[in-house]
Design a protein around this ligand. Structure first.
Ligand code: ADP
Length: 474
């Protein structure tokens, strides 16, 4: 079974969020299921600079304003195809944003090129390799199932939604430029209220739709969570499934993590916790240290946590946040760290620091308003940093709340709260303080958390089964 993963991010090469982790982990996880997955990525400068030996496997003399080549190579343990298109990718700044902020005006074309080359590989093969299935991630891969269909490629296609909030919109008058077939321009095609939507293209034309947790799959069919595409999700209900993300248990392994010295939770957490107290100048004390590692956007609910901080810190709780994003939230967290003893914030992006936080933290907080899957609660489970999460999406599916029944049955792994308000979060933090004071119960929750499977095993098997159901007999 040959699968081409169509993605704009892939760890460890290029990452802005969880999509990269998933795209980076899937090939190895699926190899264990007998699936040969290769990955196609845009040739951003950082990737082009790292390329060693490459082979040109496909060429297009003029695609969206310039020549394009697909290069095959191996990098960071991945079998890669890199779309070499300097007119689209050779730019400063982030992968989606201009250096001065804001999307590149031609983002639709930049990622349509990725999808176009992937579709051509499915239609014609490249250097003798032709995928049975295109696995497309988020709006950046959204046009690939449509292009593949227009080319008569015959390959099966899967569209995975990592976050429904991003649609990849383009003005209607770009449909010629984007090479969208005329038959796709209607409300049951790529049109979304008079605009083109790359995500909707994927949802309409892929054989199967997945999202990264069963709860988010259900939520996406509702008006509250569907971001305007809930009707599409309901119409395609039979093609939709939720498959939970796993994490890379080699990268996130408390026994071998180079970011920490020794670790054996719950008792062995002491060294990592002490290191955290020192690194962030936290007050000494018996109260729990709760950590946050997150993009700072409205989705993540960290404004609610700001409101709950004074009460939590006033009762001996300590909080360390690592994150970056919205200016207002960054300023809010800087101010809280300045004014409240027991609260520290590092505004920035730092992988090694994220490991130190998870290792030293007693709890990890994820108060998201919506969360397709979420990864940091999975890291927390593995390292005995008890997750305190909003009851939504993948957070609801991965954490067992320490209610009376779960405590009696000895199965609790964390805390959930609902609705997603500052009051409910505050109440959950009160519960956290109380549970943490009872060392026996706390140790049991930590043990349960660490025993909870967070690897890719089950989910890789679920993807493999899905591919099997739709694979072309190419
Ligand atoms: P999302 O994809 O919505 O950002 P996820 O929880 O699925 O949320 O994935 C976020 C990923 O990015 C995790 O691996 C998390 O550890 C990482 N991350 C987010 N912010 C930072 C940061 N400031 N420093 C280091 N890692 C971060």
């Amino acid at each position: 079974m040959r699968v081409l993963s169509v993605t704009s991010e892939c760890a460890p090469l290029v990452k802005t969020g969880g999509l990269a982790d998933v795209a980076g982990a899937l090939p190895a996880a699926l190899a264990r299921e007998g699936v040969e997955m290769r990955t196609i990525l845009p040739g951003y400068p950082a990737i082009m600079a790292r390329l060693g030996e490459t082979k040109v496997v496909l060429e297009d003399a003029g695609l969206f304003g310039g020549p394009v080549r697909a290069l095959s190579t191996q990098l960071a343990g991945l079998d890669l195809y890199v779309v070499d298109a300097p007119h689209l990718y050779d730019r400063p700044g982030g992968i989606y944003l201009r250096p001065e902020g804001g999307d590149w005006w031609d983002n639709p074309e930049r990622f349509a090129a990725l999808s176009w080359v992937a579709a051509r590989m499915a239609a014609e093969g490249a250097d003798g390799w032709r995928p049975h299935v295109l696995h497309c991630h988020d709006w950046q891969g959204g046009f690939a199932p449509l292009y593949a269909r227009a080319m008569g490629a015959g390959a099966g296609s899967v569209m995975t939604i990592h976050n429904m909030a991003f649609h990849g919109p383009a003005p209607a008058d770009r449909r010629g430029t984007l090479r969208l077939p005329g038959w796709s321009w209607h409300p049951d095609g790529v049109e979304f209220y008079g605009h083109i939507s790359a995500l909707k293209a994927g949802l309409m034309y892929a054989d199967r739709i997945t999202t990264v947790s069963p709860s988010y799959a259900r939520e996406l069919m509702t008006r509250d969570f569907g971001m305007g595409l809930d009707g599409v999700m309901r119409a395609r209900r039979d093609a939709v499934s939720g498959i939970l993300n796993g994490i890379d248990t080699d990268v996130w392994n408390p026994a071998t993590d180079p970011a920490i010295e020794t670790f054996e939770a719950p008792t062995g957490k002491a060294a990592a916790r002490a290191a955290l107290v020192e690194e962030f100048g936290l007050p000494q004390g018996d109260g729990p240290i709760a950590v946050v590692i997150s993009r700072l956007t409205a989705q993540k609910g960290l404004d609610l946590l700001l409101q709950a901080l004074p009460r939590f810190a006033g009762q001996g709780g300590r909080v360390v946040l690592l994150g970056s994003g919205d200016r207002g939230l960054e300023d809010g967290w800087r101010a809280a760290a300045h004014h409240l003893p027991g609260v520290a914030a590092h505004i920035g992006y730092d992988e090694a620091m994220s490991h130190r936080l998870i290792a030293g933290g007693d709890a990890v907080l994820v108060p998201s308003r919506f969360e397709p899957c979420g990864l940091t609660q999975l890291y927390g489970l593995r390292y005995g940093a008890v997750p305190v999460v909003a009851r939504t999406g993948g957070l609801a599916d991965t954490v067992i709340d320490a209610n009376d029944a779960a405590l009696k049955a000895g199965v609790a792994t964390g805390l959930q709260f609902a609705p997603v308000t500052a009051e409910a979060l505050s109440a959950a933090l009160d519960r956290l303080l109380e549970l943490h004071r009872d060392s026996e119960i706390w140790a049991q929750i930590c043990r349960n958390a660490m025993a909870h499977p967070v690897d890719w095993g089950t989910s890789a098997a679920a993807y493999a089964a899905l591919y099997k159901g739709i694979a072309s007999d190419t």
